[in-house]
Design a protein around this ligand. Structure first.
Ligand SMILES: NC(=O)c1ccc[n+]([C@@H]2O[C@H](COP(=O)([O-])OP(=O)(O)OC[C@H]3O[C@@H](n4cnc5c(N)ncnc54)[C@H](OP(=O)(O)O)[C@@H]3O)[C@@H](O)[C@H]2O)c1
Length: 269
């Protein structure tokens, strides 16, 4: 299919700003949706009217999170490990039977594991690279094949400011997130002609399960907070506006960009 005369190629309509940010009628798949940033984005998408497909490995927690979401539209919660290709294929097939399309994929599932580079174990390296980078590519590839047939789609990769800052103990995680940053650009170039927009969100330090150990070091937290231009760490809700914007028609002429959301933390050292 050529790049011309595709449905997504239509000029933006002159609707209200509120319409442009609406997710009504959009089917959004969020990986790692059982807690933290994924759960916050799922909540924001539900409020904006999207139909949701939510993935995580812990089925009980996922069910609890799904049950607490505003009931504005349809929802399918699936227990899926994004590093297992067979499970991913089966879940996508079931989701396709239920909804018929996926308009937005949010690659949010991620793990942190780190150590001094001289000590970093192969197992930790593999787990982080597999979850945070390889699975993002292969899930995006599978979903993009469907989006290409639709002539429209959006993929949002949750990167990290660890992908631009050279932080100690982050050889695996920082490298995976830096890779995600570049993957976002490459996929935007390759898939743009099919109407698929690929963008990224790079959070700084947000208060979630992933960063619990960091916050246990109160002295570090106080010192770091004082250095952040906006003088606070991120809360999961801080991600909601940007996530809804990137999932909605309001951002339809944006692709290949990763947006830092960190209260200005990465501007200072
Ligand atoms: N918190 C921060 O400060 C921060 C900063 C920058 C970037 N990020 C990124 O933001 C994303 C979300 O992080 P978070 O802070 O919300 O972490 P979190 O609270 O630890 O949540 C991670 C989510 O990913 C899921 N997950 C992990 N491995 C998975 C797998 N193999 N298959 C499917 N689901 C999986 C977890 O559920 P199960 O364990 O049930 O699978 C959970 O829902 C990650 O990509 C992270 O790297 C976070």
């Amino acid at each position: 299919m050529g790049a011309r005369n595709l449905p997504h190629d239509a000029r933006p309509s002159a609707g209200s700003a509120r319409d442009a940010f609406s997710l009504r009628g959009r089917v959004i798949l969020v990986t790692g949706a059982s807690r933290g940033l994924g759960a916050a984005m799922a909540r924001a998408f539900a409020r904006a009217g999207a139909d949701l497909i939510l993935w995580a490995r812990d089925g009980r927690r996922l069910k609890r999170t799904a049950a607490a979401l505003p009931r504005t539209a349809d929802l399918l919660a699936q227990v899926v490990d994004v590093t297992r290709p067979a499970a991913v294929r089966a879940a996508l097939a079931r989701a396709a039977r239920r909804f018929g399309r996926i308009d937005v994929l949010v690659n949010n599932a991620g793990v942190w594991d780190g150590d001094e580079a001289l000590r970093l174990a192969r197992r930790a390296w593999d787990r982080v690279l597999e979850t945070d980078l390889a699975s993002v590519f292969f899930l995006s590839q599978a979903v993009a094949r469907r989006m290409r047939r639709q002539g429209y789609g959006k993929i949002i990769n949750i990167a990290s400011t660890s992908g631009i800052l050279a932080l100690p103990h982050s050889a695996a995680y920082g490298t995976a997130k830096a890779g995600l940053w570049h993957l976002t650009r490459i996929l935007a170039v390759e898939w743009g002609p099919h109407g698929i927009r690929v963008t990224g969100i790079a959070p700084g330090v947000f208060r979630t399960n992933m960063t619990r150990d960091l916050f246990e070091d109160r002295r570090w937290a106080r010192k770091r907070q004082a250095e952040i231009p906006l003088r606070r760490f991120g809360e999961p809700e801080d991600l909601e506006g940007l996530a809804v914007f990137l999932a909605s028609g309001a951002s339809d002429h944006i692709t290949g960009q990763t947006f830092v959301i960190d209260g200005g933390a990465s501007l200072t050292v």
